[in-house]
Design a binder for this molecule. Sequence first.
Ligand SMILES: Cc1ncc(C[n+]2csc(CCOP(=O)(O)OP(=O)(O)O)c2C)c(N)n1
Ligand SMILES: [Mg+2]
Length: 653
Amino acid sequence: MTVAPADLANAIRALSMDAVEAAGNGHPGMPMGMADVATVLYTRYLKFDAADPKWPDRDRFVVSAGHGSMLAYATLYLTGYARPTINDIRNFRQLGSPCAGHPENFELAGVECTTGPLGQGLAMAVGMAVAERHLNAVFGDALVDHRTWVVAGDGCLMEGINHEAVGLAGHLGLGRLIVFWDDNRITIDGATTLSTSEDIPARYTASGWHVEACDGHDFDDITRAIESAMTDERPSLIACRTLIGKGAPNKQGTKAPHGSPLGKDEVAATRVALGWDYPPFEVPADLLETWRDAGKRGAPEHAAWTARLATSTHAGEFARRIDGKPASDWLKPHLDALLAAPQKIATRKASEIALVAATAELPEMLGGSADLTGSNFTRTPSTTTFDRSDYAGRYINYGIREFGMAAAMNGMALHGGIIPYGGTFLIFSDYCRPAIRLSALQKARVVYVMTHDSIGVGEDGPTHQPIEQIMSLRLIPDLDVYRPCDAIETAECWALALEKADGPSLLALSRQNLPQLRTDADENWSARGGYRLRAAKAARQVVLIASGSEVALAVSVADELEARDIGADVVSMPCWERFDRQSVAYQDDVLGSEALRVSIEAGTTMGWERYTADGLRFGIDSFGASAPIDDLYRLFGLTADAITPQIIDKLKK
Ligand SMILES: Cc1ncc(C[n+]2csc(CCOP(=O)(O)OP(=O)(O)O)c2C)c(N)n1
Ligand SMILES: [Mg+2]
């Protein structure tokens, strides 16, 4: 028996309004408004197999308007994914249910990325579409040939990141990206006319997109628009004219259903209006069966793909790439060369030579920079340009789109098969920050290459000199922030970042040259986060703890102290997060319990008391200044001459 698409869509509506009603909070409006579009997509076009949510060649579906999470949960349940169960949906937004307030990729297979911060889902989808084209170019149509679909709201399209993402996708010609714009003309405050007069289709068209419009409640019209989008070479925006909360007779089309339960009476009225005569969380058997059939629609294609993979010459490498297990053979020869011929170079330069070695061996690395390639040193001979003329390229000129770059990298990492890295100045980590936070939350392996990491920037002045950035990045849970002190540590940190399959890393790198302090590389000492780089010669009274460019300064201070018979250890602390994961015994041994602990870092001192306790903290708690680097280090008292006497004074107290 055939079931009308309107009834299939009503199942989404009913589950959404009932789940929100049960939770007492949530957002029924978007899923009810986009139910018809989602029904057409899932029953006719989306390439997926509910039995294997991780099938690498599945289409990616991103609910960028993450407040409409019930759209995702309802479709996953209806099409027969193992989770969510109907019980999970009953427990929408409750502790222990994978049906979280907003969709979380780490809770449910089938949720491709974590959304809720508006605009970022769409920007991540751009990264997924990049990943698809790249892997297609490398492995061919037989193994990689899928699309990326997005549901975006008015909010997603208003956010600034939308501009970056749309510009990038249009430029790169990502024709397999199709965005459904939930054109309901409502946001939280009311009508979109309150806050925007933008001609969105014109902006998209001007950015190189194909734009379609449809009645988001007319199945034939939705179908027509999708068919048109699928055949166009450009990325597509489909403006779906919808009613928010469609089906709720007194609330649809108003701001009311955006983020509140419909309420008992309106739910009852909606049931009548939709002809939905079933108790909450009950989907009649014939409807559920039709939905479940849609969930199996892709099974034959999946089976054919599996058969192709089995006989493909790429089978081994493809599996390795998808498993995300990068080789690490590049590291040892690289370290041996550095030990044989020590380099006094900036750590950004050290990063470049590490990258030359790593990218030569790791084809999964796909790099780029937000228009600072010549400063970040992110490009290597192995990373030729990725653009619409060569998707096999491995270097993206992101343009001046830091946030867009970071979000796209999240999408690539989550797509799988790629380890993205991208550069900008550390000061502009603030422009990337919401995406860095989502890298960490989503457990995405993204490597941020952030150069010009302190007043060491020099003449560009305080607008370009990070002060609070490093410390504030350390606040982000599960982000490993590295500030290596020399070429050896830089290589070690790169190796650690590449190995970390379940989360992001950020390398803060110097503009200025730094001496190579490490004379051994038998163990990856950076893996400890902090370690004794140099032990006191005289009886230890002081432990100097420094990161990055200030480790060399700490060594000079130690020399001054030792000349006065005051023993001083130098601890290099490239990564707080890793140090904090060591045993207490190790931490105590490195920090020394009896000694005066002194931190030196050319950034905010707030936070270092974690390690120095009542010792001394040297750093910068104001904005920097525009001047040559040596003048700046003198101005801020970050010299051995300025620091040593203060330590001696403190020891006398
Ligand atoms: C970056 C960001 N800013 C603000 C919010 C809070 N917020 C959630 S939904 C929303 C309104 C979005 O309007 P629209 O996309 O049109 O969604 P609709 O009301 O149509 O479902 C806002 C402001 C958010 N989630 N993310
Ligand atoms: Mg809206």
